[in-house]
Design a protein around this ligand. Sequence first.
Ligand code: F6R
Ligand code: MG
Ligand code: MG
Length: 370
Amino acid sequence: MKTTFSIIKADVGGWPGHALVHPELEKIANKKLIEAKRSNLIKSFHVTHCGDDLELIMAHSNGVDSKEIHGLAWDSFCEATEKARDLGLYGAGQDLLSDAFSGNIKGMGPGVAEMEFTERKAEPIIAFMMDKTEPGAFNFPIFKIFADPFNTAGLIIDPSIHDGFVFEIWDIQEHKNVFLKSPEEMYDLLALIGAKSRFVVKRVFPKNSSKLDSKEPVSVISTEKLYQIAGEYVGKDDPVCAVRAQSGLPAVGEVLEGFSHGHLVSGWMRGSHNGPLMPVSVKDAKCTRFDGPPRVTALGFQLKNGILTDPVDLFDDPAFDSVRVQSQKITEYMRMHGPFEPHRLPMADMEYTTLPKVMKKLGSRFKPVK
Ligand code: F6R
Ligand code: MG
Ligand code: MG
């Protein structure tokens, strides 16, 4: 049977500032999704948060881009926004860029990662959620998981994934996509996705797999860029991603291994700084120091006939303590740069800048260099 797994998220108010989602907002989302389950619109769900982002994880059979599912998410975010206003939370409704829902939530502010696939006999699936960063932050771990044999042993020793995978890459500036095969086109793939603010991995597909349909994605990442949607900076485009695992795919442990580096991502403090991505449990998914450092959480489920088990909080494990310590050390090191690049982003990528004003003020004092 075919199931659709959807993660839809939005920042509809922070507590305090941009640190965390208030539990009252999660309560509202839970209430809305319980009603939707009762009316059989969705089969199962889980509501959670990462930092100031409210996350709706849903399994259903309506396919991707379903008006009903997107409408349900939109209504949940609108109701949560009202509560955020009542409670005086910070930036209430920040990610809802329109007053009226037009049938598809894409381009309206929230982030969406969803895929439809034929369930295997046993279907492990992981939802990854990030705060204080951008969709390109997933390029590095997704490459490692599906293309790097030093990360994923199965690429070498498991015949069912030895042929590799196909990556769908989006150019988010030109709004174009391209499909690249790994390992054959790995260098071209890396040439693109190393430029993570422009080229992002959108989906991954199996290649020549005896166990999976090569037309059905095995991973999908949200690629909305809020500032491009709204024409100006209105908030962070903190991304989410779903990854299926095992039996013809990287194992759960190979998937998690992709996050064992604390790699540098952009989007920290005022959307304008680079910092390490720290894998944390849901209870530690609150952004504190310098509004960060950027965080990622991972919830693992088994899926059967559209029913998700309870989640396992996969980074809630001492095995990731050393990555967290490493991220803290990188935090110290990056913070010591203060306003200097590469802690601060290059001018073109900054989401806050006073530079035009500084240039204007100093205008006539700039003299040609002889
Ligand atoms: C928001 C974020 C924060 C804010 C910062 C300033 O996702 O990353 O670092 O950019 O707290 O926020 P404002 O401009 O709302 O005072
Ligand atoms: Mg916020
Ligand atoms: Mg956020």
